[in-house]
Write a protein that binds this ligand. Sequence first.
Ligand SMILES: CC(C)(COP(=O)(O)OP(=O)(O)OC[C@H]1O[C@@H](n2cnc3c(N)ncnc32)[C@H](O)[C@@H]1OP(=O)(O)O)[C@@H](O)C(=O)NCCC(=O)NCCS
Length: 147
Amino acid sequence: MNIRPFTIYDASILAEIHAQSMDTAWSEQEFLTLLQTPTHGGWMIIIDDQAVGFIMVSLLPPDAEVLTFCVLPKWRKQQIGQKLLQHFLTSCRHQIHNIFLEVAETNQPAINLYVKCGFKQIGVRKNYYYSSPNTPINAVVMRLYKK
Ligand SMILES: CC(C)(COP(=O)(O)OP(=O)(O)OC[C@H]1O[C@@H](n2cnc3c(N)ncnc32)[C@H](O)[C@@H]1OP(=O)(O)O)[C@@H](O)C(=O)NCCC(=O)NCCS
């Protein structure tokens, strides 16, 4: 198992993992565009030469935001997501004090993982997401504050 930063050359694999993980997939072109933004980046986790998950963040010290984060379905519940999130938290510990994210209030696996890693709810965004067929879902806004 290896965790490494991803680059624009990984856009297609990020799009593939994202499509298998999320209701609304981001295209390879969208990842390319995001990765050309200097504040954006992240890490992917490789097992047996296969990328099985990644975390994409934006860094604007002293703040950071988790933009998207996923693990392929067949690799879940094996602490891979937690390792990725912890890797990010450790990597940015000297420059970042606040980490923000939004997560659907129905996404209990992700909320549990964030709480386990120290995030706390700081607000709710009403009707932030839409699932099919056009059902609004609130987003929980979470923050991890590090001194
Ligand atoms: C959220 C996600 C990244 C978690 O990845 P993962 O590798 O399966 O998570 P881990 O195995 O590292 O789990 C760590 C902790 O998260 C929580 N958790 C993970 N999956 C869970 C589940 N299905 N039900 C309840 N809690 C869960 C638990 O607290 C777990 O700790 P534990 O194993 O001691 O119980 C993964 O489920 C995923 O890709 N989901 C789809 C995309 C998504 O929702 N991303 C987040 C967007 S905000």
